[in-house]
Design a protein around this ligand. Sequence first.
Ligand SMILES: NC(=O)c1ccc[n+]([C@@H]2O[C@H](COP(=O)([O-])OP(=O)(O)OC[C@H]3O[C@@H](n4cnc5c(N)ncnc54)[C@H](OP(=O)(O)O)[C@@H]3O)[C@@H](O)[C@H]2O)c1
Length: 274
Amino acid sequence: MQLWIKSHLILVLAVAIGMIFAEVTAETVLITGSNQGIGFEFAKQYAANGWTVIATHRRLTTPDSLISLAATYPKVRIERMDVTDAEQIEALGAKLKGMPIDILLNNAGLVRTDPLDKPGGNTNQLFGTLDYQLLDDFIHTNVAGPLKITETFIENVKASRQKKIVAISSAAGSVSVPPFMPNGSPIPDHYWYRISKAALNSAMRLISAQFKDDGITVVMFHPGGVRVESFGNLEMPGLESPEEAIGKMIRTIDGLNLQDTGRFMDSDGKDHPW
Ligand SMILES: NC(=O)c1ccc[n+]([C@@H]2O[C@H](COP(=O)([O-])OP(=O)(O)OC[C@H]3O[C@@H](n4cnc5c(N)ncnc54)[C@H](OP(=O)(O)O)[C@@H]3O)[C@@H](O)[C@H]2O)c1
C-alpha cells in the first residue's frame, strides 16, 4: 500500500477512535439553581472541565451570569426550572427524555428571606415569631423540589455512565449535634431551614436505598461555609471561597462509587454527623 494511503487510513482510524472516546467521556451534569452562588460555581467548573452542563434557573429572564458562561462554553445549555413548579419540572423532563445525565445536582435552596447580615432580619425563622406560612415554602423548595426532580430525571440518571445524584444539604440539617449559629448567638436560628435540610437528608436516604440495585450513588453534602453573594457582608471563621469549596466537592464526587451511597459528607468526603 502506498505510504499516503496508509497514513490516511491511520488518520481516519484515529479520528474514529477519538469520536468513540469523546462519546464515552461526554459526561453531563444537570444543576438546579445554577445562576448564582454554589450552583453557578459548579456550572463554571464542570463547564471548564469539558462537561455538558444543563444549567437551570428559575428567573423570568435568562440570568446574565449564565448567558456569559454559555458564551464561553458552548456545552452549557440554559434551561428554566423553578424547583417548586411541577409543570416546569415535567416540561424539562419531557424535553430531555432519553438524554443520559451522569450527575443530577440538587443545589437550589431556600435559606432565608433576608440577608444574613441584616440587623433584625429573619425573625420569621426564630422561635416566638415563627411564620408558619413560610414553612410550606421551605419544604416545597428544599425537600419536595429535589424529590420531584429526582422522580422526573431518574431514567436519565439510570441511562448514564456515572449514575450519581447529589444533594447540597447543610450542617444545619444535623440533628445529632447542637446547632451551630453562624452569628455566634446562643439562640438557635433558621428553624425552617434546619428542619427542611434534615428532611432533605431523609428523602435522599430513601432514594439511595431505593436505587442502589440500579447502581445509582446518592450523596448529600455539607458544602462548608461558602462565601456567596447572598451572605452580604457577613464574615465568620472558616468561610471558603466558592472556587475552593466547589473544587473540593467536584474531586470528591469524581471519586464516589456505589459503596458511598446514602452518605452525608463534608466537601472533602469525610462523614458529616447526621
Ligand atoms: N453558602 C453556604 O455556606 C452554604 C452552606 C450550607 C449549605 N448551602 C446550600 O447550598 C445551596 C446553594 O446555596 P448558596 O449558598 O449558593 O445560596 P444562593 O447564592 O442564595 O443560591 C441559591 C440558588 O438557589 C436558587 N433557588 C432558590 N429557590 C429556587 C427555586 N424555587 N427554583 C429554582 N432555583 C431556586 C436561587 O435562585 P435565585 O437567584 O433566583 O434566587 C439561587 O440560584 C443551598 O441548597 C444551600 O442550602 C450553602
